[in-house]
Design a protein. Structure first.
Length: 184
């Protein structure tokens, strides 16, 4: 498999990746390979994991046991969009996976969504529908080993967007960057 264009949307938990990816996929009609969805579906096939930490542990173990290349192949196969010339990748958490994506792509664009932990904590609480989560509990999730490689990806980003901006501003900034990327 070789992609003409690969677009990676990266960022920490609750930085707005999923919302932006839905927008971009609809706007540009580009399929999505989601590592998180693949992990959730794999978990559903194998066990009764029901906490974020258990999901993270499962994903971490799968990444360690499979390696970057294999986890990428599994995720692409799971997306069902292997014949597309352009792909959006969601949930890349490690430099080694980024390198593997570059190896199968003619051109690669990495957009990093950057948001403070306190804002992401509020967003995550709304996402899970809980006012009972403490900042310390969120920090434990946010600092899980599977999440630790994300900050390194910021160094490789072609564009870092302040994810505390209004969502329409985040979208328009990403839209303009992707239009230019796809044009040439």
């Amino acid at each position: 498999m070789k992609y003409k264009y690969s677009i990676l949307i990266c960022g920490k938990i609750s930085s707005g990746k999923t919302s932006l990816i839905k927008h971009l996929s609809n706007e540009f009609k580009i399929p999505v390979t989601s590592f998180g969805k693949m992990i959730k579906d794999k978990v559903g096939e194998t066990s009764k994991i029901n906490t974020r930490k258990q999901l993270q542990d499962f994903g971490y173990d799968l990444f360690i046991s499979s390696g970057a290349r294999k986890i990428l192949e599994i995720a692409i196969d799971h997306s069902g969009s292997v014949n597309s010339e352009t792909m959006i990748f969601d949930g890349v958490r490690h430099e080694s996976v980024f390198e593997e994506i570059k190896n199968i792509s003619q051109k690669t664009l990495l957009i990093f969504l950057d948001a403070r932990r306190d804002l992401r904590f509020l967003r995550y609480g709304r996402y899970i529908g809980s006012d009972n989560l403490s900042l310390a509990e969120f920090a434990e999730i946010d600092d899980h080993p599977i999440e630790r490689g994300i900050d390194k990806l910021k160094e490789y980003s072609n564009l870092t967007i302040d994810a505390s901006l209004p969502f329409d501003k985040v979208c328009s900034t990403a839209d303009m960057t992707i239009q230019n990327f796809l044009a040439g």
